[in-house]
Structures are given as structure tokens and as C-alpha cells.
Design a binder for this molecule. Structure first.
Ligand SMILES: [Fe+2]
Length: 164
């Protein structure tokens, strides 16, 4: 596969985020199951539902682009999730786990925001107006999810975790 054109760049990015969204479907389920704090767990459950819609939108974008939906191993998200698994394996206390789940999810949101933010101008350049709108919708959901997580992080009862 050549990697010299806007089309190549777009296809590569689209396949990467398509894989990442699938990985995140599973990860958000883990984040939710590993969280005791109700509001935080609900944020993960809500974003998991949004992720299902995002995957459908990506499939529409593939369709508009004229290619079948394909995944390309997304080592970026894979790495973040591997780090997460290692942290869970260290058996943190529940409060530490809750806090860390938000941190891990926020990192994935930043990855996705960067990915969508870079795909949209490529879609524009390729004349895929409808595709750009769909990617924009995904981007907005990721930004909202990040904002919600940031607020929950700010509201988190730090006193529940011993300082040392
Ligand atoms: Fe997503």
C-alpha cells in the first residue's frame, strides 16, 4: 500500500480509529466494571453507548469513501490499554482504581480527539463533506466525554485516598 497521498493518509487514519473504537468498546466495559463510584461508572456506560454509534458513523464514512470498513492495528490505544491492564494487575484499592479509571479513559479521549481532528481536514480535502460531518459528530462526542471526565476528576473526593 502506498502512503503518498491524501487518500492514503485518510484511509490509514480511518482504519486506525476504526480499530481503536472497537478496542475502546471492550475497554469502556472494563472501566465500568472496575469502578464503584456511581457517576463515574455511568459516564463509562454512556460513552460506551456513544462508541457504538461512533463505529456506525465510521462505517458510513468508509461507505462514502468507497472502501469496505477495515481495521488497522492501533498500537497507540493498544499501548494505553496495556498500561491499564498492568495497573489493574497491581491490585490498587477501589478508590485508587476509580480515580485511575478516569485518568486512563481521559488518555484515550485525547488520542481519539487528535485522530478525529486530523481526519476532518483530510475528508474536507477529498470532498467528502458528509463524511467530514460524521467525523465532526464523533469528535464532538469525544470532546464532551473528556469534559465530563475532567469534571468528575475535579469533583473526586481526594480524601478517600491516603496521601502516603
Ligand atoms: Fe470514541
Amino acid at each position: 500500500m502506498s502512503m503518498d497521498t491524501i487518500q492514503d493518509l485518510f484511509e490509514h487514519g480511518l482504519e486506525d480509529i476504526y480499530h481503536a473504537e472497537h478496542q475502546l468498546l471492550d475497554a469502556l466495559e472494563d472501566f465500568e466494571e472496575n469502578t464503584e463510584h456511581e457517576d463515574i461508572a455511568r459516564a463509562f456506560a454512556d460513552h460506551r453507548e456513544e462508541t457504538e454509534d461512533q463505529i456506525e458513523r465510521l462505517e458510513e464514512v468508509f461507505d462514502l469513501f468507497g472502501e469496505p470498513p477495515e481495521k488497522e492495528e492501533c498500537d497507540g490505544i493498544e499501548g494505553l490499554l496495556q498500561e491499564y491492564e498492568e495497573f489493574v494487575a497491581a491490585e490498587p484499592s477501589q478508590e485508587v482504581m476509580d480515580y485511575h479509571n478516569m485518568a486512563a479513559a481521559e488518555k484515550t479521549e485525547h488520542y481519539e480527539i487528535a485522530a478525529y481532528g486530523n481526519l476532518i481536514p483530510l475528508a474536507d480535502q477529498l470532498g467528502l463533506d458528509e463524511g467530514a460531518d460524521l467525523l465532526e459528530e464523533n469528535l464532538r462526542e469525544e470532546q464532551d466525554a473528556l469534559e465530563e471526565l475532567k469534571e468528575l476528576t475535579e469533583q473526586f473526593e481526594m480524601d478517600a485516598i491516603p496521601a502516603e
